[in-house]
Design a protein around this ligand. Structure first.
Ligand code: ATP
Ligand code: MG
Length: 570
C-alpha cells in the first residue's frame, strides 16, 4: 500500500476526550474516529488489525469444531420477553420500535436468539453437542461510555453458545473454549490471567473471565500470592477463622447519642472497626426487606447482593423499616421483627466477640455482642464482603493482593436457564423431552485491540506484535525527489509485496522526522529506511520497533538481515 494513496491521517495533539494511553494512541495514530458518545468509526488501518484478530479467533475456534453463523442486530422483543430479560435487563438494553409500533432491541448479547434457532432446528440428542458462534456488532446503552473502545456503546464481540445433552459434554466444550481463548490471547501477545467470575446479568453457574492485566483496567482481581486462586473482586471471598469464647459478658444497652456511622462510633467508643457489626438494609421491588450484616471494617459487595436478591432493589424505605421495628442508624438483628425482614450474615461476623451492634432503639447500641449467642436463629450465612489486600486466600490461606485487569473474554456454564424459560427441548435417548444444557462464550473483539495497545506501547506510540500489526513493514522513503533512491525503494516495495510481506510504503512528500514519528506512533513492527546518503554507501537501515534497535546493512545482506529481525520479533 502506497501511503500517498492510502487513507490514513495521524494527529499531533492529544485528543481532549481521551484519558488513557491506548485511547489516545488509537485516535492519534488514525485508527478510530468518534462519531457519538461510545460510538466510533473504524478507519482503514483499524480494519486491517480487526481482520487479523478475527482471523486468529476463527482459526482457534475452528480447531475446536465451533461453527460460525451470523444473527441480526435488530431483535424482536418477544424472545426477550420469553426469557424474562426484557423486564430485567434495564436501560443498557437499547429498545426501539418499528413503524407499526412493534418493539425491538438492538442486540447486546444473543442467548435468546440462538436458543430460538436451536429449539427450531434441533430435536434429537443425536444432533448434540453443538457449538455455534458469530463475530458481530453489539449495542449496549452503557451508562458511562468511556476509554474509547474499552467501554463503547457499539462494539464488536465474538459470542458463542453451546448446546448439550449432559453436563459432562458441557464441561468438555467449556474446557475447549478455555483453551481456545487462552491460545487466542497468547497469539495477541497479551499478558493475561484467567479468573473466577460472577455470572451477573447472563446467569448460570461456573464462569471465568480472561483479564488483561493493566493498571487502567476497570475490573479488580483478588489474586493469591501463593497459589493459583484468582477471582474477580465481585466474586472473591476470604476465609474467616470463627472465634468462640466460653467466658461471655452479658449483652448491655449503651447510650450512643447521635452516633450512627461506624466512624463516629469508633471514635466515641474508642474501639477498632473490627468490633462492630454493621447493617445494610434494602428492599426489593416487591417490598421485601433484607438486612445484610457484616463486620465494621468490610464493605458490602453489591454484585453478591444482586445475586442473593435476584431482582431490582433499592435502599430500604422508612415505612418498611418501621414495620420491621428497625431504627435506621441504630439497626441490628436484636429486637427486629423477624417476620418482616430476611437476614443474611457475612462470615466476617463469626470473628466478633464482645462486639457492638445496633439496638433498634434511638441513640442506643448493644455492647457485649457474641455471634454464636446473640444472632437470631433464622439467618443465612453468606459471603458478601469485598476482599481487601492482605486478606487470606480461601483456598490456601496465603495472602491476597488486589490487581487491576481489563475483561477481554468471559465464559459461562449457563445450564438450562434459557432453555427452560424459552421451552427449548430435545428428545433424549430415553425418549423424554429435556431442556438443552447450555454454555456461552464471549470475546470483546474491539476491546482486545485496545487492551493490546494498553499493554504494548512506549512514549512514542503503539508497539504491535506481528500477529496484530496492521502492516508488518513500514518502508520509509527519504529523498523522494532523488530518482535513483526512489527507483530503488519502488523496486524494493515490489519485491517485498511479491514475497507476501504486508508493507505500507511511505512515499509521502514529507520530512524524514515526520515519517519516523508516524512509523513509531502507529507502531509498525519493522521500519525499513531508504535514503540517498546511505544508499550511496550501499546501505539500508532497518529498525526493530519492539527493541528500538537500528542497524545499517549492506544492500546485498538485506534479505538475511530482514530474516533475522523477523525471527527476533514477537
Ligand atoms: P463488563 O463487565 O465489562 O461490562 P460484561 O461482563 O457485561 O462486561 P459480557 O456480557 O461478558 O460483558 O460480554 C463479553 C465481552 O464483551 C466482555 O468480556 C468484554 O470484553 C466485551 N464487552 C462488554 N461490554 C463492552 C463494551 N461496552 N464495550 C466494549 N466491549 C465490551
Ligand atoms: Mg462479563
Amino acid at each position: 500500500m502506497r501511503w500517498s494513496k492510502y487513507f490514513l491521517y495521524t494527529l499531533k495533539e492529544t485528543p481532549k476526550e481521551a484519558e488513557i494511553i491506548s485511547h489516545i494512541y488509537l485516535i492519534r495514530a488514525g485508527f478510530i474516529r468518534k462519531l457519538a458518545s461510545g460510538i466510533y468509526n473504524y478507519m482503514p488501518i483499524f480494519l486491517r488489525t480487526l481482520k487479523k484478530l478475527e482471523k486468529i479467533i476463527r482459526e482457534e475456534l475452528d480447531k475446536k469444531g465451533a461453527i460460525e453463523l451470523l444473527m441480526p442486530v435488530v431483535l424482536p422483543a418477544e424472545l426477550w420477553k420469553e426469557s424474562g430479560r426484557w423486564y430485567k435487563y434495564g436501560k443498557e438494553l437499547w429498545r426501539i420500535k418499528d413503524r407499526k409500533d412493534a418493539e425491538f432491541a438492538l442486540g447486546p448479547t444473543h442467548e435468546e436468539i440462538i436458543t430460538h434457532i436451536v429449539r427450531t432446528e434441533v430435536s434429537s440428542y443425536r444432533d448434540l453437542p453443538l457449538n455455534l458462534y458469530q463475530i458481530q456488532t453489539k449495542v449496549r446503552d452503557e451508562i458511562r461510555p468511556r476509554f474509547g473502545l474499552m467501554r463503547a456503546r457499539e462494539f464488536i464481540m465474538k459470542d458463542g453458545y453451546s448446546f448439550h445433552s449432559s453436563w459432562e459434554s458441557l464441561n468438555e466444550t467449556y474446557n475447549d473454549m478455555y483453551e481456545a481463548y487462552s491460545n487466542i490471547f497468547k497469539r495477541c501477545g497479551l499478558y493475561f490471567k484467567v479468573v473466577e467470575a460472577d455470572t451477573g446479568n447472563i446467569g448460570g453457574s461456573d464462569s471465568h473471565e480472561f483479564m488483561v492485566l493493566a493498571d487502567t483496567g476497570e475490573d479488580k482481581i483478588a489474586n493469591c500470592k501463593s497459589c493459583d486462586y484468582a477471582a474477580n473482586v465481585e466474586k472473591a471471598y476470604t476465609k474467616f477463622n470463627e472465634v468462640i469464647v466460653e467466658d461471655k459478658k452479658p449483652l448491655e444497652l449503651i447510650e450512643t447519642p447521635d452516633k450512627k456511622s461506624i466512624d463516629e462510633l469508633e471514635e466515641f467508643l474508642n474501639l477498632p472497626p473490627e468490633k462492630f457489626m454493621k447493617a445494610f438494609l434494602v428492599e426489593d421491588e416487591e417490598g421485601i426487606l433484607y438486612m445484610f450484616l457484616i463486620r465494621g471494617d468490610y464493605e458490602i459487595n453489591e454484585a453478591k447482593i444482586n445475586n442473593i436478591i435476584g431482582k431490582p432493589w433499592k435502599m430500604a424505605t422508612f415505612e418498611a423499616l418501621k414495620e420491621a421495628n428497625i431504627i435506621e442508624g441504630y439497626a441490628g438483628p436484636i429486637g427486629a421483627n423477624l417476620d418482616k425482614v430476611k437476614i443474611f450474615v457475612d462470615y466476617s461476623v463469626r470473628t466478633i466477640v464482645d462486639g457492638i451492634t445496633g439496638a433498634n432503639k434511638q441513640n442506643y447500641h448493644y455492647k457485649g455482642f457474641y455471634w454464636d449467642r446473640d444472632l437470631p436463629e433464622n439467618i443465612e450465612w453468606v459471603n458478601i464482603h469485598v476482599v481487601k489486600p492482605a486478606d487470606k486466600c480461601p483456598i490456601c490461606g496465603g495472602e491476597l493482593e488486589i490487581i487491576r485487569g481489563i475483561e477481554v473474554g468471559h465464559i459461562f456454564k449457563l445450564g438450562t436457564k434459557y432453555s427452560e424459560s424459552m421451552k427449548a427441548y430435545y428428545k433424549d435417548k430415553d425418549g423424554k423431552e429435556k431442556p438443552f444444557i447450555m454454555g456461552c462464550y464471549g470475546i470483546g473483539v474491539t476491546r482486545v485491540i485496545q487492551a493490546a495497545i494498553e499493554q504494548n506501547h512506549d512514549e512514542n506510540g503503539i508497539i504491535w506484535t506481528k500477529e496484530l500489526a496492521p502492516f508488518l513493514i513500514d518502508l520509509i522513503l527519504l529523498d523522494l525527489k532523488d530518482e535513483e533512491t526512489r527507483n530503488f525503494a519502488d523496486n524494493l516495495y515490489k519485491e517485498l509485496t511479491d514475497k507476501g510481506f504486508e508493507v505500507i510504503y511511505d512515499d509521502r512528500d514529507a520530512r524524514a522526522g515526520f515519517k519516523f514519528k508516524d512509523a513509531d506512533l502507529i507502531g509498525f513492527p519493522i521500519h525499513i529506511i531508504i535514503g540517498k546518503k546511505n544508499l550511496k554507501q550501499g546501505l539500508i537501515e532497518i529498525k526493530n520497533r519492539q527493541t528500538q534497535e537500528r542497524v545499517k546493512v549492506k544492500v546485498e545482506d538485506f534479505w538475511k538481515a530482514l530474516e533475522d529481525i523477523l525471527q527476533n520479533i514477537r
